[in-house]
Design a protein around this ligand. Sequence first.
Ligand SMILES: Nc1ncnc2c1ncn2[C@@H]1O[C@H](COP(=O)(O)OP(=O)(O)OP(=O)(O)O)[C@@H](O)[C@H]1O
Ligand SMILES: [Mg+2]
Length: 217
Amino acid sequence: MPTIAIVSQKGGSGKTTLALHLATAGAYAGKKTVVVDTDPQATAAAWADWRGDFLPEVITAPPARLARTVEKQIKAGVELVVIDTPPHADASAREAIKAADLVIVPSRPRAFDLHALEATAEMLGFVGKEGHVLMNGVPARATRMLDDARAKAEGLGLKICPVMFGERAAFHHSSGDGEVASELDPESKAAMEVDELWIWVCGQTGMTPGTAANADT
Ligand SMILES: Nc1ncnc2c1ncn2[C@@H]1O[C@H](COP(=O)(O)OP(=O)(O)OP(=O)(O)O)[C@@H](O)[C@H]1O
Ligand SMILES: [Mg+2]
């Protein structure tokens, strides 16, 4: 029953996009999946409103209620909890990290974004957990940029998720329609990257990747 926290102090790094794509991959794999949206902006919850009755379920919780909320979901038989967090919010990030079995830190591989990793790394160290940086919005042919970004993240004691997300229109367009990339275009590179992420997450958490299922209720 893994709980996965998506954390980054930087605004717009791709937390909500990652949380929703990961959780929907879980739902398609037949796992009972819930997204807990701790962002006061409630972007993930708005996406679920646009989406209608399709899975995954998205619920909201303030940081002070997060531990209890996750506990309740697991008691109710939820198999995968994905926590989306706001930027610039220490309490939310800390509570999410504490509740998590796996922490994923999306970051664009650019200087200001990488600088913001310092705050996230510090918080992970404070709680005593490790975090995996997922390079997000990676431009094509950015080998040098990626090498520098990985070195910076590793220098902060962070691990590198072997999967990365390119800068892909399918991530952006699908989210705005209450969908995910694979629903907008199953053949898209974005959809394939999410599949790779799902396999990696299963390996990290001991979940079986499962078989494709419908994401409707
Ligand atoms: N890999 C990607 N390719 C293209 N667009 C992306 C990608 N990842 C995120 N985006 C877009 O970037 C914007 C910010 O993404 P998102 O809302 O997921 O970030 P966030 O970290 O949750 O932001 P906030 O800190 O405000 O909560 C959105 O418009 C989203 O569609
Ligand atoms: Mg967000």
